[in-house]
Design a protein around this ligand. Structure first.
Ligand code: 4NP
Length: 155
């Protein structure tokens, strides 16, 4: 059975598409593409249909990772469609859970930083209004978190 992962941030143009593409990169390196599928979404509608942010794309490229995909908004149907929903920060986490009125999907929703081994952060910082360093930092943090998540998945 394929494990279906959904990475979620605010705009779905910086952090969550990075997490999605980094995880796909790690899966390909390990020959595990058929075991895990990845998608990403934003809690907001701000950037629906947009490509990943060019600054984020440049930071990922430095690590040999291409960012592909178009932004979409998280919907309540995603609770059924995915096995695990990874929130980039606490605001994303609360906004996702707020859409689960019955509370029946709460166990599927996790914080991305809970899977970090090397980075001390509790949240993936929002790089949108900052400089280049912030984008580079997010890529490093997400590589750590994706690696940790992959170790925890029973595949
Ligand atoms: P993301 O970054 O949630 O990591 O995609 C952001 C993208 C856009 C905005 C904020 C954060 N914005 O305010 O438009």
């Amino acid at each position: 059975m394929t494990t279906r992962l959904l990475f979620v941030c605010l705009g779905n143009i910086c952090r969550s598409p990075s997490a999605e593409n980094i995880m796909n990169h790690l899966l390909a390196q390990r020959g595990l593409q058929t075991k895990v599928s990845c998608d990403s979404a934003g809690t907001s509608s701000y950037h629906i249909g947009s490509c990943p942010d060019s600054r984020m794309t440049a930071a990922a490229k430095k690590r040999g990772i291409s960012l592909v995909g178009r932004a979409r908004q998280f919907t309540v149907e995603d609770f059924e469609q995915f096995d695990l929903i990874l929130a980039m920060d606490d605001s994303n986490y609360r906004n996702i859970l707020a859409l689960d009125s019955s509370g029946q999907y709460a166990a599927k929703v996790k914080r991305m930083c809970d899977f970090c081994h090397d980075y001390p952060d509790q949240e993936v910082p929002d790089p949108y209004y900052g400089g280049t360093d912030g984008f580079d930092y997010v890529i490093g943090l997400l590589m750590d978190a994706c690696d940790g998540l992959l170790q925890e998945l029973e595949i």
